[in-house]
Design a protein around this ligand. Structure first.
Ligand code: NAD
Ligand code: IPM
Ligand code: MN
Length: 351
């Protein structure tokens, strides 16, 4: 049966990097069929909202969704519920992709591209499993109460149910089983009730289902510190939505550039995954052909592996990215001068 991938290029550098991922996909998975849609600012401009029902229906009917990035200065004054970023939150929630896999892998050729010393990042291979459809990002009530002077306030709710914690922790456990078998769960149970509950549930789940896995807990601030002090101590990091967001940007810089970090957002078994770079729309370099397409291309690699049932093709693509880097292919963020398209060409040549 033909497999379909919905491309949602989005805004800023999104369309530039997704175009390269598509060219690579045409080479490595020639039978894959593409449909294309709008999300974020591009959808606001066309339809007045960052995600339409039609796009969400198409996403759920596809085998996988590859998203570029959303947002940009053009839409900062748009009403909050209609901002580009809302489209992203809505598609994650709508597809129920609760487990966001963000691998921080340092390619051998890039050991000197990180701002950290070579010996600190050489051989680095971390998988961050970030909860993606709940927590403080979605908790109710939330809002801004105005008109009472200095007593005005803004607030949200950090809320996790036992079921939400268990299902993402199970994914982290499964991932760790295919790796070094070590899970580090991170929260702020020293100050947050939702963090304390998180630690309790993860501990219980480990006792019940964690055979053969080593589990430890670390406060998220300490985890952030350890990530730059001695990152190779980590194998699989489990985090809630907010802390996972922050820790994954930090981990990106261990690999040389945020332009290298892909992600896979997975839901129930058999449901389509959402694949997107960890980076944003990079308004400062958009439209200049400078963006690094590796994160988008490696997101395609994750789609082949996690949604399309093509692990051999994924392995070949991963190796090709490594080889292109070995040959010296570098965009500006990696200290080189290649254009986005030239980087795509280098990976296709390596394939
Ligand atoms: P950003 O990731 O867009 O950019 C941060 C820095 O990294 C910039 O200097 C940028 O030039 C650089 N960068 C990012 N991706 C790169 C790439 N592929 N190649 C080379 N350099 C790259 O983060 P930001 O500036 O905080 O956010 C810009 C917009 O993107 C905001 O509207 C934000 O909400 C949105 N955003 C979207 C997503 C997403 O769609 N998944 C993720 C993060 C931020
Ligand atoms: C990410 C981004 C998003 C997030 C924003 C743009 C909503 O930072 O994907 O990491 O916070 O999840
Ligand atoms: Mn982020």
């Amino acid at each position: 049966m033909t497999q379909t991938m919905l491309l949602l290029p989005g805004d800023g550098i999104g369309p530039e990097v997704v175009a390269e991922a598509r060219r690579v996909a045409e080479k490595i998975a020639p039978d894959l069929q593409f449909t294309e849609g709008l999300i974020g600012g591009a959808s606001i401009d066309a339809h007045g909202q960052p995600l339409t029902v039609d796009t969400l229906v198409n996403a759920k009917a596809s085998d996988a969704v590859l998203l570029g990035a959303v947002g940009g200065p053009k839409w900062v004054d748009v009403e909050r519920n209609l901002r580009p970023e809302m489209g992203l939150l809505q598609i994650r929630k709508g597809m129920d992709v609760f487990a966001n896999l963000r691998p921080a892998f340092c390619f051998p050729a890039l050991v000197d591209a990180s701002s950290l010393k070579r010996e600190v990042v050489e051989g680095l291979d971390i998988m961050i499993v970030r909860e993606l459809t709940s927590g403080v990002y979605f908790g109710e009530p939330r809002g801004i109460e105005r008109g009472i002077g200095d007593k005005s306030f803004g607030y949200e709710t950090s809320r996790y149910t036992a079921g939400e914690i268990k299902r993402v922790a199970r994914v982290a456990f499964d991932i760790a089983r295919g790796r070094r078998g070590e899970v580090c769960s991170t929260e702020k149970s020293n100050v947050m009730e939702s963090g304390l509950f998180w630690r309790e549930i993860v501990t219980d789940l480990h006792a019940a289902e964690g055979d053969g896995l080593v589990l430890r807990h670390l406060y998220s601030d300490a985890c952030a510190m350890e990530l730059v002090r001695a990152p190779k101590q980590f194998d699989t990091i489990l985090a809630g939505n907010l802390f996972g967001d922050i820790l994954s940007d930090e981990a990106a810089m261990l690999t040389g550039s945020i332009g290298m970090l892909p992600s896979a957002s997975l839901g129930a078994e058999g449901a389509p995954g959402l694949f997107e770079p960890v980076h944003g729309s990079a308004p400062d370099i958009a439209g200049q052909g400078k963006a690094n397409p590796c994160a988008a291309i490696l997101s395609l690699e994750m789609a082949l592996r996690w949604s399309l049932g093509q692990p051999e093709a994924a392995d070949r693509l991963f190796a090709a990215v490594g080889r292109a880097l070995d040959y010296g292919a570098r965009t500006a963020d990696l200290g080189g001068s290649m254009s986005t398209q030239a980087m795509g060409d280098a990976i296709i040549a390596a394939l």
